[in-house]
Design a protein around this ligand. Structure first.
Ligand SMILES: *Cc1c(COP(=O)(O)O)cnc(C)c1O
Length: 361
């Protein structure tokens, strides 16, 4: 068996210790004689799995008691619809457009209300985070929507927008659990699991209780109602049981690693190693403004497309996989989520050095 360093943006690398544990438990979970996949979601054994997962996530993120944690399905993208369907009261929402994922959410919300783009960095292909200190927030906005870390472009917010008291909603799919956040500053934080947590499909929604309403449009599909999922402890129907089990294992791994504060230090060390190399390189350059740089998705290029392709191809032969940038940016992208070990980033930087020696001017 050979494992590679997987720099995929998602589905992405998971902690090896977690995968091994899951493998060991595949045929017989905790002396039940069955796999978690085969287990009733109503069983006492499974109840403990989902309850532990929620408890550990609450500990890791210091989630206040007046927030619900929901484990849902449909990936992050279904939240683009559920948010307007459940949270629009006056029918007005303000969006901060920092990339393709927000654009999709924005477009979806247009079906349900009046949506305004209050800031955008599209003029420079989303290579920076716009100033969000003096936004033109709508008086009757039900919420302000942002994406904390922009997976495709490799940018992140270092300061939260001034929402003038309006509820802040964030798509944190590619940065959740990568650094400490003050949950109380948000009304909703949601994240698809496949970037920094677990298997694709599962989505985690952390929502302040007073935002969960039962007076939404009566024809809202029952599976798209936060109130129904909250009342039923994410078990209105069969939840993504195995996905939640894997998420729970990753939460335990994070606790063992010393929690989010420790993980943040670890992530900074990895990101700095890579950015420092890029900054002194004469061949590679970063594609985003320095003060907006993501510590999860690192985008870089050479100014020669053929050389970028060669880099990606040769890296693969060295066990450094999935370094191709998103087509809307080009070049390379190294996603260095929590589970990417320091050695992986070191191996990448060593390879970049060798490549530059061969192909640099
Ligand atoms: C990957 C990603 C999504 C889409 O997630 P799905 O689970 O495929 O719906 C949405 N937002 C961000 C920021 C992402 O990185």
């Amino acid at each position: 068996m050979k494992r590679v360093f997987n720099f995929s943006a998602g589905p992405a690398v998971l902690p090896e210790a977690v995968l091994k544990e899951a493998a060991n438990e595949m045929l017989d979970y905790n002396n039940t004689g069955m796999s978690v996949m085969e287990m009733s979601h109503r069983s006492a054994m499974y109840k403990k799995i989902i309850e532990d997962a929620e408890k550990d996530l609450r500990t890791l993120m210091h989630i206040p008691d007046n927030y619900k944690v929901l484990f849902l399905q449909g990936g992050a993208t279904l939240q683009f619809s559920m948010i307007p369907m459940n949270l629009l009261k006056h029918g007005v929402a303000d969006y901060i457009i920092t990339g393709a994922w927000v654009k999709k959410a924005f477009k979806e919300t247009q079906k349900y209300g009046k949506v305004k783009a209050i800031a955008s960095s599209e003029d420079k292909n989303f290579s920076y985070i716009p100033d969000v200190s003096h936004l033109d927030i709508s008086d009757d906005a039900d919420y302000v929507y942002m994406c904390d870390n922009n997976t495709i472009y490799g940018t992140k917010f270092y300061e939260l927008p001034n929402t003038k008291g309006k509820t802040l909603i964030s798509d944190a799919s590619s940065c959740i659990l990568s650094e400490p956040v003050d949950v109380s500053k948000y009304g909703v934080i949601f994240a698809g699991a496949q970037k920094n947590i677990g298997p694709a499909g599962t989505v985690i929604v952390i929502i302040r209780e007073d935002l969960i309403r039962d007076d939404i449009k009566a024809d809202t599909p029952i599976m798209l109602r936060y109130d129904i999922h909250a009342e039923n402890g994410s078990m209105y129907n069969t939840p993504p049981t195995y996905g939640i089990y894997m998420c729970g294992k990753v939460f335990k791994w994070l606790l063992d690693m010393g929690g989010i504060e420790k993980m943040h230090e670890h992530n900074l060390k990895k990101a700095n190693l890579l950015y420092d190399y890029i900054d002194q390189s004469k061949l590679f350059y970063g594609t985003v403004e320095k003060k907006s740089r993501s510590i999860m998705n690192v985008c870089f290029k050479t100014d020669d497309d053929a050389l970028n392709d060669l880099f990606i191809k040769e890296a693969k032969t060295q066990g450094l996989e999935n370094l191709k940038g998103h087509r809307s940016v080009g070049g390379m992208r190294a996603s260095i989520y929590n589970a990417m070990p320091y050695e992986g980033v070191k191996a990448l930087v060593d390879f970049m050095e060798d490549f530059e020696k061969k192909h640099g001017k």
